[in-house]
Each structure stands twice: as structure tokens, then as C-alpha cells.
Design a protein around this ligand. Structure first.
Ligand code: PLP
Length: 369
């Protein structure tokens, strides 16, 4: 038998594309304070979800999960064909498999910045050619310049609407115009924050051959820890994506709980109402305090604090509230994002914000927009 003599793992190098990929660093510090930093549901999913978790038996845990029966239910719930739906391990995985399925090394992917960082990470795995169209100071979607950035090499276009971290919407008309202008590309509309706005392109999927839509169950539904997302698109495109997707990508607990969460529309409607009311209250408080912000269509608000952005986030933490510093996002210098949750959490967030701004000696002149 041959003996392995060289076990020096430092000789192993990842693919060049992997070496060049940006790294995503999830928050490692304990998030025991009020979580107004990651745009999750701040409270709980439907009570039916926890009941379903408790109903799991030991034997249930020994079985491989079956995704297809739940995809049939999900398709019915959203008025789609099962062949148009792929359930994923969060929308993060949907983004990952889209890049794996549709991008070659010499292709281009197109995004508008600032936006969700995972687009950078997953595109970088496949190609160095990520084209970024930067929004101007308004942070509105730069439609004309975005259209002009489409080339014959553009193979994947990723757009979040409402966008993260801005809360700004890209109109359905603009999204459909982009899909029409790039028939050689998959246009992925990330509707992670759909529930807090209401406009969708889901109904356009049967009519537009290059349109795909993502929905997460991490935000409004409150299932972030279970990892559940949905990718919708024409059956032909979903088939390509399925080829690169692990057959057991979603675990059985998540699949069973997703069914319960979808069945409890009353709970979902309640949570969305809480966010709508809370968003009004946070925006009113920011106006009163003189903090510039971008009116949001999502469950968070981006505000411009100016040079004291980091100080604010640190002081808020001492008051038991987590915020997200977005200052290093392109075009977001001095910006901080606050998540909107249920009424009590909004109340605590606003109170801590008022105290903290006072403590750091913040004045309205510092938050130039
Ligand atoms: C939060 C978020 C996601 C990730 O959703 P998961 O389903 O938890 O992976 C996707 N897209 C955007 C724009 C987000 O903000």
C-alpha cells in the first residue's frame, strides 16, 4: 500500500476565482440585545410554526427531507406551477445557484450599488466581471444608466426591490423594460422585502422568459434560522438551476414549518401591519430629530448620521439596541440602518436613538445628505 508522505496542506490552493472572492463576515458577537440590525422579524413566526417543531418525532429526524411535495403546496399558494418553483436554503442559496448555473468566467453580471452584498460574493465565485452601476446621492435606481450598462456579455442581472440597504423600490415597469432589453440574460428580482411594499413581478413570470423572482421567508415570516427561500421562474430556467442545487438543500423541519407559516395569513398580515405602523413612527421620529433619511418601502430605514455613525452604533449597543453601520457601502458614507419590528421594539428603538444621539452630542448639521 502506498504511503502518503506529503501531508502539507499549504500546497493546496483554491480556484483562482475563489481566492479573489470577497468574504462575507456574519455577526459573530452575541446578538442578545434588541436586534434592529439584520432586518429579520424581531419577534416570532406564527405560533403554528413552533407547534410544528414540537410535533417532530425522533424518527422524523432520521428521514431525508422531501422538497417536492412542499413545492407543490407553495406553488398553489402563490398561484404558480410546481415546475416554476424551487425551494432554497434561503434566498442566499438561490443567488448562489443562479450564479453557478448561468455565469461563465468571461460573462458579465450586472447590479446597481449600493445593494445586497451576497450578489458580490456569489458572482465572484464564477466571474470577475461584476459590473456595478452606482446610484447618485438620491440612491434612487439609476434606470437609464443601468440600461446603458447592459452588453451582449451580460448574462445575469440582480436587482433587489425594495433594495437593501436603501429601502428604495425599482418600479415594475423598469424591471420589465430591463428584462426586455437583455433577452440573453437572466433578470433576477429579489423580493426579500416584498411584504412591506406590495408591488411584485411574480405574476409576470409566466409571460417573460428571462425573469426570475426570489422571495425569502426570513423577513416577514420570521423563519431566518430555518433557512427558507423560494426561487420562481420559467420551468426551463428552474430546470437548469435544479441541476446545480443539492437535492436535500432544505431540511425537513424548515419544509414542515414553511407549510404552517404559509397557512397562517392572519399572523403574516398582523406582522406587516406592525411594520407599516412602526415605519411611520420611526420616520416621524427621525424628522423630528432632524436626522436625514431615505423614505423606505421595506422593514428598515437608512439614515444619514454623518461622521459620528460608528459612535452612534456603539452607544446604541450600550442601551441594548443593535443597529447596522452601512457607512462603508458605496454612496452610504455616514449611514446607519435601523430595522423596524413590532410596536414595543420600535418604541424601545426610538427611545434609545433619542438618548444615544444626545449622548454623542449629535446635532442636525452633522447629518448632511
Ligand atoms: C435578507 C436578504 C436576503 C437573504 O434572505 P435569506 O432567505 O435569509 O437568505 C436576500 N436578499 C436581500 C436583498 C436581503 O436583504
Amino acid at each position: 500500500m502506498a504511503t502518503v508522505t506529503n501531508t502539507d496542506a499549504t500546497q493546496i490552493k483554491a480556484r483562482r476565482a475563489v481566492l479573489a472572492m470577497p468574504e462575507y463576515h456574519p455577526p459573530l458577537a452575541a446578538r442578545t440585545a434588541l436586534r434592529l440590525d439584520f432586518n429579520e422579524n424581531t419577534f416570532a413566526p406564527s405560533p403554528r410554526v413552533l407547534e410544528r417543531v414540537h410535533a417532530f418525532t425522533a424518527e422524523d429526524l432520521t428521514k431525508y427531507p422531501e422538497r417536492e411535495p412542499v413545492e407543490i403546496l407553495v406553488a398553489k399558494h402563490f398561484g404558480l406551477q410546481p415546475s416554476e418553483v424551487l425551494l432554497t436554503n434561503g434566498v442566499d442559496e438561490a443567488i448562489h445557484v443562479l450564479c453557478t448555473a448561468f455565469l461563465e468566467a468571461d460573462d458579465e453580471a450586472l447590479i446597481c450599488t449600493p445593494t445586497f452584498f451576497m450578489y458580490d460574493v456569489s458572482v465572484g465565485l464564477m466571474t470577475p466581471n461584476l459590473v456595478r452601476v452606482q446610484a447618485d446621492a438620491s440612491l434612487e435606481f439609476p434606470f437609464e444608466r443601468f440600461l446603458a450598462a447592459i452588453t451582449p456579455r451580460t448574462k445575469l442581472i440582480l436587482i433587489a426591490s425594495p433594495n437593501n440597504p436603501t429601502g428604495i423600490v425599482v418600479s415594475r415597469e423598469h424591471l420589465l423594460a430591463i428584462a426586455a432589453a437583455a433577452p440573453q440574460a437572466v433578470v433576477f428580482v429579489d423580493e426579500a422585502y416584498f411584504h412591506f411594499h406590495g408591488e411584485t413581478t411574480l405574476g409576470d413570470v409566466p409571460n417573460i422568459p428571462n425573469l426570475m423572482v426570489g422571495r425569502t421567508f426570513s423577513k416577514a415570516y420570521g423563519l431566518a434560522n430555518l433557512r427558507a427561500g423560494m426561487l420562481v421562474g420559467p420551468a426551463e430556467l428552474i430546470n437548469y438551476v435544479k441541476k446545480v442545487c443539492s437535492p436535500y438543500n432544505m431540511n425537513g423541519v424548515a419544509l414542515a414549518c414553511l407549510t404552517e407559516a404559509l397557512a397562517d395569513q392572519t399572523y403574516l398580515d398582523w406582522y406587516i401591519r406592525e411594520v407599516h405602523t412602526g415605519r411611520e413612527r420611526v420616520q416621524a421620529a427621525l424628522t423630528e430629530l432632524g436626522v436625514p433619511f431615505w423614505p423606505s418601502s421595506a422593514n428598515f430605514v437608512l439614515m444619514n448620521i454623518g461622521p459620528k455613525h460608528k459612535q452612534l452604533v456603539d452607544v446604541m449597543r450600550t442601551h441594548g439596541v443593535l443597529l447596522r453601520d452601512r457607512s462603508s457601502d458605496p454612496g452610504c458614507d455616514g449611514c446607519v440602518r435601523i430595522t423596524i419590528g413590532i410596536e414595543d421594539h420600535v418604541t424601545r428603538g426610538i427611545a434609545a436613538l433619542k438618548t444615544s444621539l444626545e449622548e454623542i452630542g449629535w446635532t442636525a448639521t452633522q447629518g448632511a445628505k
